[in-house]
Design a protein around this ligand. Structure first.
Ligand SMILES: [Zn+2]
Length: 260
């Protein structure tokens, strides 16, 4: 992680959100006034989309430029969570999602004509008028309680070697509660009951919504069924393994359990 990097306007929202391959442009505090006076060489002349939000204007852009002027740096959006105030990180996530949406919907799926922006959050076909809004990939994540214990799992696709929680994408025609039950059954062979909503979190990687739940163990023996997990076990509060970082819903659920 960059050490000297800080956001210029820590209290005010940034005006520009500029990305290069999933990385957000940030600058050091030795460049006062930036990013509102970004040099043209940094703000690519390509897409420049503006969103009006909270009566402020925000611009999003893609840049193809790798080399940056002194004081600027590309930072992975995930890493920017640790550098930015939360509301600015969330705004950057929204910008990233809209840029992804734009890239994925350049042409109409019905007639093949080019799409253009119709509002700050939608695109319209220039030929047939079909209008599209970004579609979120909705996922659940759940902490299963068994008495004083919690079920923690190690997934094959985790970026680091830690234990997290059962999670998965909601399928069409499925309620959130059905998804929680199905994912736990598929991944661990357990049945749960008493499913309680915990909270939700935008997850712009690339365009998701994570919805967290607590649930109680009902019955069954742990069996790693579908190959998504390397390990799954119940842990007590005084014996927890390495767990995910603060930004994740998994960690918020685990912290909630640890504090209860
Ligand atoms: Zn069309």
């Amino acid at each position: 992680m960059p050490d000297k990097l800080t956001l210029v306007a820590t209290q005010k929202l940034m005006k520009y959100y500029i990305f290069n391959q999933g990385r957000l442009l940030l600058c050091g505090d030795e460049v006062p006034g930036v990013p509102n006076v970004l040099p043209e060489c940094v703000a690519c002349e390509g897409l420049r989309l503006f969103v009006k939000d909270d009566a402020e204007e925000h611009y999003m852009a893609r840049s193809h430029q790798e080399q940056l002027p002194e004081g600027y740096q590309w930072v992975d959006l995930r890493e920017s969570y640790h550098l930015l105030p939360e509301r600015i990180y969330l705004k950057a996530g929204k910008a990233s999602e809209l840029l992804y949406f734009d890239q994925q919907h350049r042409y109409c799926g019905i007639c093949g004509a080019p799409m253009e922006w119709a509002s700050s959050i939608s695109k319209r076909c220039t030929q047939c008028g079909e209008e599209l809004w970004p579609k979120l990939a909705t996922a659940i994540i759940v902490l299963v309680h068994r008495g004083e214990e919690a079920l923690l799992v190690k997934a094959r696709n985790f970026r680091r070697d830690y234990y997290g929680l059962v999670a998965g994408f909601v399928e069409t025609g499925e309620t959130l509660e059905e998804c929680v039950q199905r994912e736990i059954m598929e991944e661990t062979g357990l049945r749960v009951e008493n499913i309680r909503y915990f909270g939700s979190q935008p997850w712009p990687y690339p365009m998701g919504l994570m919805i967290g739940f607590h649930a109680d163990y009902a019955d069954g023996e742990i069996a790693l069924r579908d190959g998504e997990l390397r390990d799954a076990a119940f842990f007590t509060r005084d014996n927890i393994p390495a767990i995910p970082g603060k930004m994740s819903m998994a960690r918020m659920l685990i912290d909630d359990w640890l504090g209860s």
